[in-house]
Every structure is written in C-alpha cells, then in structure tokens.
Design a protein around this ligand. Structure first.
Ligand SMILES: Nc1ncnc2c1ncn2[C@@H]1O[C@H](COP(=O)(O)OP(=O)(O)OP(=O)(O)O)[C@@H](O)[C@H]1O
Ligand SMILES: [Mg+2]
Length: 337
C-alpha cells in the first residue's frame, strides 16, 4: 500500500497528467503541489522519527550560537546518541567550517538530501552545502528565504534520531518563527549569551520571543564566561596578575606551587543572573577558550581536539542539564496526556 494518496499518478509516468490537454504550466503546478504534499508528509514523519528537537538562539550575533550548537551536538553524539545538526543560517552558514566538512558531498536520492557525515557519527546539513560559491553573499528576500527553509526542513532524509539541534542566525526574526511553525514537536530553545550587558538585554528578548511562540525555554548558556589562567610558582605564595582594565587579581599558590586565576573577559555571571530573573533554567557556562577560535578555523572542534579538556567537560555538564530539562518536559507532556 502506498502512503501517498497521489502516488498512482506518479508510479506509472511521472509527468503524465490525468488531463492530456493540461498545459506545461498546469503540469508544473501539479508537480509542485505534489512535492509540497510529500514534504508535509515527511515533516510530520519527522515528529515520530526524531525524539528531541532543540533550537539554539541568541538575540545578539557572535555570542557563540554555532559553537554551542555544534558542541552540544558533538557532546551528545560522543555519548552514543544519534544526533543531527541543522544549520539554518542561510546568509552566514558556518557550521561546516567548524566541523571540517566544507568539502562534504551531499547525496540526493528520490528527491531527498542525505546529510553529511560529521565526527562521532553526527549528521550535518547546512545551507553552505547548497551554495556554489561560499564567498558570495546570499541575498534572499523574505518569502523566498522562508520557502527555502521549509524545503530545507522537509527535504532532508534524517532517518531516526535521538536529537536534532538547529542552529539559527542571530535575532528573533523570521527563521525561528518559520521553523517553529513548520516543524512539529519542538522540545525547546537553548539561549546563548555572553555576560555583557548588551548580550544579556538581547537574551531577555529571546526568552520572551520563545514564550511568545509557545516554545519552552530549556535554559540559558553563558558563553565566554572567563579565561582561566594557570601556572606554577613558589608553594604557598601570593600571585598577582594584572586583569582586564588594569585591576590586579590576587590568588595564592597551593602547597605544590600551582595557582589558577579566572579573568572575566566579558564580566561574569550575567547569564546566570538573567536566567534567575527571567525564571528559566540556567544550563551552565563555557570558559573563554582561544582553542575554540583555532578549532573553528582549523575545522577540528575543541571537543574532538581535547576530549578531556575544560571546554569538553563544560559541554558535558551543559548537555546533562539539557537532558534533565528534556526529561522534565516529557514528564509534563505525559501528565497532560
Ligand atoms: N567560549 C569561547 N571562547 C573563545 N572564543 C569563542 C567562544 N565561543 C565562541 N567563540 C568564537 O567567537 C566567534 C563567534 O562564535 P560563533 O560563530 O559560534 O557565534 P554565533 O553566535 O554563531 O555567530 P553568528 O551570530 O554570526 O551566527 C567565533 O570565532 C568563535 O570561535
Ligand atoms: Mg552562527
């Protein structure tokens, strides 16, 4: 039995029309309508096949959404979960570069795009894969862009996944709205912020935006919280380091002479305070880590380069908090049912 009510039109002769007099234009319209229907059916299947869908948002640009989306996806994949990562940033897609997948070849079979294979079995799809020249800016006006996003969602063959992470361009614009309306069963939004006041202000907007579109806020991640400096010196001695703004930061070395100081590059703790103030969970923080920038440029993610490092451990703890929130969410749903 076919699962498509119109498949008998296609099975025999794909271009055949019930009306032999139909013009090319009519045929094209019918073909388009058929594809649209197929897409809708695939999207509704995605709800069954993908257990959790998480959107990663921020109000302000450059605060680390793609870094966090990629890190969450990799961290989950390293735990043995089946994970997909969808980069919906049409104008500036940079997930493939962060994962060293710029040269990835995409397979298209039966009208569906097969995602690229990333590290640790991660499945990745990005608008960057579909652009001919990565240096050419993409200028798509509203409706075309939104149509492209819908196609993008409905035309990818994800198969069965535990989690799909979706990375967005900055802001509370059309993209997250379109995805939240097109993709059923979104579990929630992870909001990324740096501890700067401007970023915090924008993250409050993102929290309110998520509430407006009725998508739960899984929580806030505070990125670039502090830069950890470590060293050795005479045991049990006082160390003084000139911090940002010329303010000295003091600490003491331990009995082995080891010392550690955190420089608050963009201040510290703002994301945590904002989450309390807005009554949404705080998922954890990531240190300022120059290795993240290097990894982004080299295409070897920090988690892969140093799986036991501070950043990888910070991601593991954030993932744990996200899983806790997902668990709470499904318990809520079960109660409602
Ligand atoms: N914790 C961190 N420590 C150091 N650098 C970081 C950290 N997180 C992100 N970066 C760097 O900051 C820059 C911006 O990060 P990223 O691209 O993830 O931000 P974004 O929010 O996705 O940006 P956009 O709004 O353009 O999509 C990148 O160069 C990235 O390597
Ligand atoms: Mg980004």
């Amino acid at each position: 039995m076919s699962d498509s009510p119109v498949s008998h039109h296609r099975a025999g002769a794909p271009t055949e029309s019930p009306d032999p007099e139909a013009s090319n234009e009519q045929r094209a319209q019918m073909e388009q309508a058929y594809q649209q229907m197929q897409r809708k059916m695939r999207i509704s299947k995605m709800d069954e096949n993908i257990k959790h869908k998480i959107m990663v948002l921020s109000g302000k640009g450059g605060v680390g959404k793609s870094t966090v989306a990629t890190g969450l996806a990799l961290s989950l994949a390293r735990q043995g979960k089946k994970v997909g990562l969808m980069d919906i940033d049409i104008t500036g897609p940079n997930v493939p570069k962060m994962l060293g997948l710029e040269q990835a070849d995409l397979n298209v079979e039966e009208g569906q795009i097969h995602p690229a294979d990333g590290p640790s079995g991660l499945k990745v799809i990005s608008m960057a894969f579909l652009l001919e020249d990565p240096d050419k800016p993409v200028i798509w006006r509203g409706p075309i862009k939104l149509g492209a996003i819908q196609q993008f969602i409905g035309d990818v063959a994800w198969g069965e996944l535990d989690t799909l992470i979706i990375d967005f361009p900055p802001g509370t614009s059309d993209e997250p709205l379109t995805v939240s309306q097109s993709l059923p069963g979104i579990d929630g939004v992870v909001i990324v912020t740096t501890p700067q006041e401007v970023a915090l202000l924008d993250s409050r907007k993102s929290i309110n935006f998520a509430k407006t579109i009725s998508v739960p806020v899984l929580g806030v991640v505070e990125n670039m919280r502090g830069y950890n400096l470590k060293g050795t010196s005479t045991p049990n001695s006082k160390i003084s380091v000139m911090g940002p703004g010329g303010v000295p930061i003091d600490c003491h070395s331990d009995e082995d002479g080891k010392w550690e100081i955190t420089l608050d590059v963009f201040k510290s703790g703002g994301g945590e305070e904002t989450s309390k103030e807005m009554e949404v969970p705080f998922l954890g923080s990531l240190p300022f880590d120059p290795g993240i920038v290097r990894g982004g440029d080299d295409g070897v993610h920090r988690i892969i380069a140093e799986p036991d490092g501070e950043t990888a451990r910070a991601f593991e703890s954030i993932v744990e908090s996200v899983l806790e929130q997902l668990d709470k969410g499904s318990q809520r749903t079960l109660r409602i049912i």
